[in-house]
Write a protein that binds this ligand. Structure first.
Ligand SMILES: Cc1cc2nc3c(=O)[nH]c(=O)nc-3n(C[C@H](O)[C@H](O)[C@H](O)COP(=O)(O)OP(=O)(O)OC[C@H]3O[C@@H](n4cnc5c(N)ncnc54)[C@H](O)[C@@H]3O)c2cc1C
Length: 259
């Protein structure tokens, strides 16, 4: 009797289950951004770039659900970091910022996503472009790269409004100072500190051309942030001659807009 193997394409995947995470730690990253460390009873290793869904349920049964990228590297087991920007009228982000306390529980489901991911085995060079909290999944890639001691040439072009709004500023500086092939290029779009020598405008074609040049012909490129930034950067990269199949994008919102 011959044994039939099931082709991976037709294997039925189990639907992801919701689990109850506990808020283990909170870190204020910038005035409007916090990192929540959640410990998970059913932790599984994720691929850097993936996200979790967070679901809130009110006492009357009303539910709200949003996606949040995983900021931590998969080498850290048992817990994940989610880095969340506070939106003034934001239903879920304001709850996570203002109501959730250490030891509180929250429902999560993940890890989700198989396209916007990078693992050290995929190689490079790597070009990462972020607007604001769009840096979160890229940070998971950068932390994974460091944990795996990868030396893949990597450049992060990171747009923030002002110096005090640069998420992970200190950690990025340290990783860059290790001289293992990571370079971080900042642009500050609204205000710049005295003596600022970096870019001081929105990401444009010239900035992209300068930032990508040292990486050669066709680096593996990941772009994440607000929808308009992602679309404009992806179009300009194609205009600069980067093959479209080397560019992966993730749009953060606003909620309800096409992903
Ligand atoms: C795959 C994926 C990963 C994401 N990862 C992160 C992450 O790591 N960190 C993070 O902070 N957010 C992330 N987001 C965005 C997040 O899912 C929510 O959309 C965001 O937190 C707003 O939810 P809210 O309930 O607070 O606001 P809502 O109540 O949904 O919206 C309030 C107001 O803000 C506007 N708005 C909604 N979303 C955004 C947005 N992203 N940017 C600007 N304005 C917006 C709405 O149009 C509305 O006017 C991700 C989104 C996706 C699709």
């Amino acid at each position: 009797m011959t044994e039939k193997s099931t082709p991976s394409e037709v294997r039925i995947r189990q639907p992801l289950r919701w689990q109850i995470a506990t808020l283990a730690h909170v870190r204020q990253e910038t005035p409007r951004v916090k990192t929540l460390t959640l410990s998970l009873p059913e932790w599984v290793p994720h691929r850097p770039g993936q996200h979790y869904d967070v679901r809130l349920t009110a006492p009357d049964g009303y539910q709200a659900q949003r996606s949040y990228s995983i900021a931590s590297e998969p080498e850290r087991s048992g817990e994940i970091d989610l880095t969340i920007e506070l939106l003034d009228d934001g239903e879920v982000s304001s709850y996570l910022h203002q109501e959730l306390r250490q030891g509180d529980q929250v429902e999560v489901r993940g890890p989700i996503g198989g396209y916007f991911v990078w693992e050290a085995d995929m190689g490079g060079p790597l070009f990462l472009v972020a607007g604001g909290s769009g840096v979160v999944p890229l940070m998971a890639m950068i932390r994974h790269r460091a944990a795996r001691q990868s030396r893949v040439p990597t450049r992060l072009l990171f747009s923030s409004r002002s110096a005090d709004e640069i998420i992970y500023a200190g950690e990025l500086e340290k990783l860059q100072a290790a001289h293992n092939g990571l370079e971080v290029i900042h642009t500050l779009t609204r205000s710049q500190p005295p003596g600022w020598r970096g870019y001081a405008r929105r990401i444009d074609r010239q900035m992209l051309a300068e930032a990508i040049a040292p990486l050669g012909e066709a680096p593996l490129t990941y772009v994440c942030g607000p929808t308009l930034l992602v679309e404009s950067v992806a179009n300009q990269l194609v205009g600069l001659g980067l093959p479209a199949d080397r560019i992966r994008t993730e749009r953060f919102g606003p909620t309800g807009s096409p992903a």
